[in-house]
Design a protein around this ligand. Structure first.
Ligand SMILES: [Zn+2]
Length: 268
């Protein structure tokens, strides 16, 4: 599933192709996404010019002027790419033609994604702190720890009402870097460990953005390329393989209903 680094990479790779271009045609081939694409969506988009492409949490926000954003959420398997969709490509649900003939298409085999228009980020739900902002800190985690002592540390990092964009892959990797096991109760995590987690989360996300994200299944960037971070994973999806730091066998454990991975040698 695309997480913060993948969505950020999509925004960065789309931006040079889209900004300044007018939207000439919008074709919705399949409305049944996680929520249906509303009737009239096309009319609200045609004739507008894309002014910016930015990310909030795991949403791609395309600023089309007058305070309006064209919002795309990639769900589990969504892809927002420039270029003509190859004719053999199935599950292409939305095709947008820009002035000059540039095409952008949305593909999503599992249809857990979202597409709608909004103003002032309305309809994005309750969103927590961006982990790459200065507001994400050991101090913030310490405050959260006072109110959420019983949840596991990994579940807390993945709770988008508290911290956005950190999913299963990056929570697992950041906790490895911080030396903390994913199933630990948040109330049992020490201040020193919180300092390490506060440093590890943005470090892992930034490194993943530099690598263009992780392509474990459907994910591609805005230009259709795979990411490279899946080759740099220390624990995620490596159950039974030796830890590259200490040689211990990586373990799998279900935490908060999600498959989690940790090194019994490196993480306490
Ligand atoms: Zn290890």
């Amino acid at each position: 599933m695309p997480e913060l680094p993948e969505v950020e990479t999509v925004c960065r790779t789309l931006r040079p192709h889209l900004v300044g271009r007018r939207i000439d045609q919008v074709e919705v081939r399949e409305r049944r996404l996680r929520r249906p694409v509303v009737a009239g969506f096309e009319d609200r988009l045609v004739g507008r010019t894309i002014r910016d492409v930015r990310r909030r949490a795991k949403y791609v926000l395309l600023d089309v002027g007058d305070g309006q954003d064209w919002v795309v959420h990639l769900g589990m398997s969504g892809r927002l790419c420039v270029g003509e969709p190859p004719p053999e490509l199935t599950h292409v649900h939305v095709v947008v033609v820009l002035e000059g003939g540039q095409v952008v298409y949305y593909r999503d085999p599992r249809r857990f994604g979202l597409m709608f228009m909004t103003s002032a980020e309305e309809g994005l739900g309750e969103l927590g702190v961006e982990p790459l902002d200065s507001a994400f800190s050991a101090e913030l985690l310490w405050r959260l720890r006072k109110r959420h002592r019983r949840v596991t540390v990994k579940s807390l990092l993945m709770d988008s009402r508290k911290i956005v964009g950190v999913g299963n892959i990056y929570a697992s990797e950041a906790l490895f870097q911080a030396g903390v096991r994913p199933g630990r109760r948040f109330g049992r995590v020490t201040r020193a460990e919180l300092e390490r987690i506060a440093a590890a989360v943005p470090a892992v996300l930034r490194r993943a953005i530099e690598s263009g994200g992780s392509s474990l299944s459907d994910y591609r960037d805005g230009e259709g390329r795979e990411g490279g971070f899946q080759r740099e994973l220390w624990v995620y999806d490596r159950a039974g393989e030796p830890c590259r730091a200490c040689g211990s066998s990586i373990r799998a454990q279900v935490v908060g209903g999600r498959g989690s991975f940790y090194c019994p040698g490196c993480q306490r």
